[in-house]
Design a protein around this ligand. Structure first.
Ligand SMILES: *Cc1c(COP(=O)(O)O)cnc(C)c1O
Length: 396
């Protein structure tokens, strides 16, 4: 199967085959792990051919490695991008993208429901470049219209967001942002390219923490930025300088994980919808946020833009902080852990995990309540997960 398989194959076929069969000097079915920091040239003429662009090959580990190039090809195919750039982590992908694209003194618009470390990078580091940032409520395109200025360089948002799974009306956001000359960057870690393709709706960049669903097994850290060749050029140049590249072993694990992405996402989507529907009908649950539920504020937008709503379900139990801890502790299947998107179900209380260092007032401002739970459905049997939640809710 050729690398431009996208047009005529399904997501699972592409997850398995796209980007591979391109390694030279080996008949291995799997792409080998090129565990090397540098690549040699047979003679000066070969080096010269490389320098003049006549020979496309690798030179030094910070600029490229055949194992991670295979991952980049596979992800580009799945996302419908010309190119992808891999990074050592999702945070590295985001921070490199910001540094590559934002001009000194430029204006940035982000959403409040946003990965905490991204906000921290903006607050503690981008201010040194005099970047001015406006924070708007997620999924509020009216507020986006008001926030955009002629000097706005970028609108950066997750979709779906964390933890409330707000879904952005990307075509509308793109129209507003492009009218002001601003680039649109969508972190769609919570959806993966099999459920949501921001580039198809006009976004300039899609970005993911590949640590989550793309890797899928809670065993690696990686990030990726995708877009047109023109848009990717400054990002690839920046990673070559900033140096946050993935290593060949993690790239291999990511390649292996991606082969089952379609199977896993189908299961995550089905299980999460069942769990969300079951929780919503339970008297000990105050509220459930899942874009696949008619009660979610962005259900209509999500139904229009997404093929499946991902494996994360956010909900509030009818209990105080201690009662919520008792519920979490009574769950027998999920691990209490940060992260999401792996085969193992994970559970966490944002107030006790990522937002613990915030004051109660700051948490209230961010909408992080004491009884809020983030539940990342793994690939266990949905009946088992529901029976486990049922017995745990009795412990509240
Ligand atoms: C986890 C995550 C990140 C950060 O990615 P790492 O791989 O942990 O560095 C960024 N955005 C979202 C939405 C995430 O879930």
């Amino acid at each position: 199967m050729s690398n431009d398989s996208r047009a005529d194959s399904g997501g699972s076929t592409r997850s398995v085959h796209a980007g591979e069969r391109d390694h030279q000097g080996s008949d291995a079915v799997t792409t080998p792990i090129y565990q090397t920091s540098t690549f040699w040239f047979e003679n000066s003429e070969k080096l010269r051919a490389f320098q003049e662009g006549r020979d496309k090959r690798d030179e030094y580990g910070r600029y490229g490695n055949p194992t991670w190039r295979a991952v980049e090809r596979k992800l580009s195919d799945l996302e419908g991008a010309d190119e992808a750039v891999l990074f050592a982590s999702g945070m590295c992908a985001a921070t490199t993208l910001f540094l590559a694209l934002l001009p000194k003194g430029g204006h940035l618009v982000i959403t409040s429901d946003c990965y905490r470390r991204t906000r921290q990078f903006i607050r503690d580091y981008l201010v040194k470049l005099d970047i001015e940032t406006t924070v708007i409520e997620a999924a509020d395109t009216k507020k986006l219209g008001d926030a955009l200025r002629d000097d706005t360089a970028m609108f950066f948002t997750e979709s779906p967001t964390n933890p409330y799974l707000r879904v952005i009306d990307i075509p509308e956001a793109v129209k507003l942002a492009h009218a002001r000359g601003a680039k649109v960057v969508i972190d769609s870690t919570f959806a993966t390219p099999l459920c949501h393709r921001p580039l198809d709706f006009g976004a300039d960049y899609a970005i993911h923490s590949a640590t989550k669903y793309l890797g899928g097994h809670n065993d690696l850290m990686a990030g990726v930025v995708l877009g047109s060749s023109e848009h990717i050029k400054p990002v690839r140049d920046a990673v070559g300088v900033l140096g946050g590249v993935i290593d060949a072993n993690s790239a291999f694990l990511l390649l292996r994980g991606l082969k089952t992405l379609s199977l896993r996402m189908k299961r995550h989507n089905e299980t999460a919808l069942r769990v969300a529907t079951w929780l919503e009908a339970h008297p000990a649950i105050r509220q459930v946020w899942y874009p696949g539920l008619a009660s979610h504020p962005d259900h209509l937008v999500a139904s229009r833009l997404m093929d499946g709503f991902g494996g994360v379900v956010t909900f509030e139990v009818e209990a105080d902080f201690d009662g919520s801890c008792r519920f979490v502790d009574a769950c027998k299947i999920p691990y209490i852990a940060p992260s999401l998107g792996g085969v193992e179900t994970l559970i966490e209380m944002p107030a006790l995990m990522s937002f613990w260092d915030q004051t109660p007032e700051q948490r209230a401002e961010l909408g992080i309540t004491d009884s809020l739970i983030r539940y990342s459905c793994g690939i266990e049997d949905a009946d088992d997960l529901i029976a486990d939640l049922d017995q745990a809710l009795r412990a509240v």
